[in-house]
Design a protein around this ligand. Structure first.
Ligand code: FPP
Ligand code: MG
Length: 323
């Protein structure tokens, strides 16, 4: 993961993406919107999605031009906007170790700053990239909303199936990773087969990303996470790792759980085979991801993209062990 963003050609592109994101996030006539959007943009974040856009572009033999840079910035804007909405829905007070916009400015302002970021990304995509890329991003925003709705619909549902959990994370998270690779393939005028291959790689990686995020919510300490551990349990999310666990804790979840109850569920899950089964599941997805990759002539980019899914799994394993 670190290798991805540090690869020279990608790091160079990311600096331009950063400038573009900040310009887009600061493009309102209203200083209050620019301040709010700027706060979430500068609060950190790994810039993993735009890095994947740049890597996919280089993998397909296209050195990232202005359009690719803007497409990558649009992907990150959609991501940041959706996090503002997610924190609002969750009533979250902290993200990345800093106060959320809803905690700082209230629900109404956070809502419209999130709207602004999504709309601004759509406008940039149509005016400064291309109609096909704007279509990919609009369709992805639809999937994000549907995936998030599905998760909300399943809250505290002890009968939630693994299939339902997978459908939800495919929409709310994997779709944007898929899009981050696909927009690069569209900009590169890649063949339909190469577009499908890059998209499939992004989607598989996105699934791994979300499943590991969900696993860490149940296995890592609050200090490691920069937000309270066991958040999903408190919010009634029966995440895939929980559903893959052999410990039956479903009946223990409910609204208004005390800290002691959350700790008990976490202890049972940590003592179960949950981590091993989840990591095994992710390794299967990693194999699918690399099998989907098209032929890549740039050796360095090939090495980074082939290694990324496994590197991410190893990173999550280390965080679990360190907690
Ligand atoms: C974070 O996941 C949330 C998402 C990946 C998706 C959020 C999507 C929406 C709010 C739908 C609206 C978006 C658009 C584009 C209209 P998480 O809650 O599992 O992760 P966390 O632990 O970091 O909060
Ligand atoms: Mg959340």
């Amino acid at each position: 993961m670190i290798e991805l963003v540090q690869t020279p050609a990608i790091a160079q592109g990311l600096r331009k993406v950063e400038t573009r994101i900040r310009r887009l996030g600061g493009s309102s006539e209203l200083a209050g919107i620019n301040d709010g959007a700027g706060r979430i943009i500068t609060a950190g974040g790994k810039r993993l999605r735009p890095a994947m856009t740049l890597a996919a572009s280089l993998a397909l033999g296209k050195s990232p031009d202005r359009r690719v840079i803007t497409a990558a910035a649009c992907v990150e804007m959609i991501h940041a906007g959706s996090l503002i909405h997610d924190d609002l829905m969750d009533g979250a007070r902290q993200r990345r170790g800093t106060a959320t916009l809803n905690a700082e400015l209230g629900a109404g302002k956070a809502l419209v700053i999130g709207d602004f970021m999504l709309a601004r990304a759509a406008l940039a995509a149509i005016t400064a990239v291309s109609r096909p890329v704007a279509e990919v991003l609009a369709a992805t925003a639809v999937e994000l909303a549907e995936g998030q709705f599905q998760e909300t619909n399943d809250l505290y549902d002890a009968r939630r199936t693994r299939e339902s959990a997978i459908r939800s994370i495919t929409g709310k998270t994997a779709a944007l990773f898929r899009a981050s690779c696909l927009v690069a393939a569209v900009c590169a005028h890649a063949s339909p087969e190469d577009r499908a291959r890059m998209a499939a790689y992004g989607e598989r990686f996105g699934l791994i990303f979300q499943i590991l995020d969900d696993l860490l919510d149940l296995t890592a300490s609050s200090r490691t996470l920069g937000k309270p551990a066991g958040n999903d349990l408190r919010q009634g999310v029966y995440s895939l790792p929980l559903l893959l666990s052999d410990a039956d804790v479903r009946h223990l979840l409910g609204p208004g759980m005390t800290d002691e109850q959350v700790t008990e569920v976490l202890e049972r899950l940590r003592a179960s085979r949950m981590t091993a089964t989840t990591l095994e599941y992710c390794r299967g997805l990693a194999a699918d991801a690399v099998a989907a990759l098209p032929v890549i002539h740039d050796e360095e980019i090939a090495r980074v993209l082939y290694g990324l899914p496994t590197a991410y799994i190893d990173h999550a394993m280390e965080l679990t062990m360190a907690s």
